[in-house]
Design a protein around this ligand. Structure first.
Ligand SMILES: Nc1ncnc2c1ncn2[C@@H]1O[C@H](COP(=O)(O)OP(=O)(O)O)[C@@H](O)[C@H]1O
Ligand SMILES: [Mg+2]
Length: 286
């Protein structure tokens, strides 16, 4: 490693991913523009915003599935999309993904689902892969369910099996797109707790999309709000800070329904030292 690279490494040490001037687009169709934010290592970082504003598309750019229209995605200071494809694959090897549906293979058992990434990325013999699958299933509360098929388990268990598969390669960063979609409130709360436990025990950075207010307040250390009309990021901060001091649009988003109202009365005790970084789009009245 060169001296310059070492300096960059030290500077970026606390940052897992940084977006710089990022535009998310499909051909000429711009979904979000000029996104600038950092995801701190070890944080649960939530991407918020109304339906269709581009949360999933931004995730695709961050996780290497959709090239950006402009700007950069830095992984530990390294420009991901400027890297050669072999290097990009190496970086993505440290990333786990749980897709919205859990996306398990229905013709494979849970253990076989969890071993898929191990078959693809490692030279481990089948017995070792099977042991890792059992371990990962146990970590998500599915010990003993190795030989079940997805159709034989509940929705919440499917999500947890998907989570076990996302964790198979011990990722440093995991992406979750609406992990609790379709779950009853109790299963959703259990999934939130599990995500926090795994973050604490494995030291992962978690980037997730969710619009469930209880989830947002339960898990997010930091969050960004993508505005659908302005097509850019209008605020970053912890949800509690954003609720108290964020732009009106964001506070409204966080206050819809019940539950969030309790949050305004309790917990006034500054849990976010760096506070809210409200961002104003050029010429926008927010
Ligand atoms: N593959 C695609 N090609 C073109 N447009 C797309 C594609 N996927 C999503 N979009 C559009 O991008 C916008 C944002 O979609 P999405 O990222 O799924 O939003 P969200 O996850 O916030 O609901 C929508 O207008 C959607 O129609
Ligand atoms: Mg989406």
């Amino acid at each position: 490693m060169s001296a310059a690279e070492r300096q960059t490494e030290a500077r970026e040490g606390g940052v897992a991913i940084r977006a710089e001037g990022l535009t998310v687009s499909y051909g000429p169709k711009i979904i979000q523009r000029d996104l600038n934010f950092s995801v701190r290592r070890g944080d649960v970082f939530v991407i918020m915003g109304g339906s269709g504003c581009g949360k999933s598309s931004l995730m695709r750019v961050l996780m290497g599935l959709l090239p950006p229209g402009a700007g950069r995605v830095l992984y530990g200071g390294e420009d991901f999309w400027a890297a050669a494809s072999a290097r990009r694959a190496e970086i993505m090897r440290r990333v786990g993904v749980l897709f919205q549906s859990g996306a398990l293979w229905s013709s494979r058992t849970l253990a076989e689902n969890v071993t898929l990434p191990l078959e693809y990325y490692t030279a481990l013999p089948p017995r070792a892969r099977r042991s890792i699958a059992s371990l990962k299933l146990a970590q998500v509360g599915l010990a003993g369910f190795e030989d079940y098929y997805p159709s034989e388990i509940s929705g919440g268990m499917k999500k947890r099996a998907g989570l076990a598969r996302a964790l198979a390669l011990d990722p440093e960063i995991v992406f979750f797109d609406e992990p609790s979609a379709g779950l009853d409130p109790l299963s959703a709360a259990q999934l939130d707790e599990l995500i926090l436990e795994l973050r604490d025990s494995m030291g992962m950075t978690v980037i997730m999309v969710t619009h469930e207010l209880p989830s947002i307040f339960a898990v997010a250390d930091d969050a960004v709000f993508l505005d659908a009309k302005l097509r850019t990021l209008t605020a970053q901060g912890s949800p509690r800070e954003l609720l108290r001091r964020g732009p009106a649009e964001v506070a409204r988003f966080l206050r819809r329904g019940k539950g969030a109202e309790d949050e305004t009365t309790e917990d006034a005790g500054g849990d976010a030292p760096d506070g809210v970084r409200a961002k104003r789009a050029p010429g926008a009245a927010i």
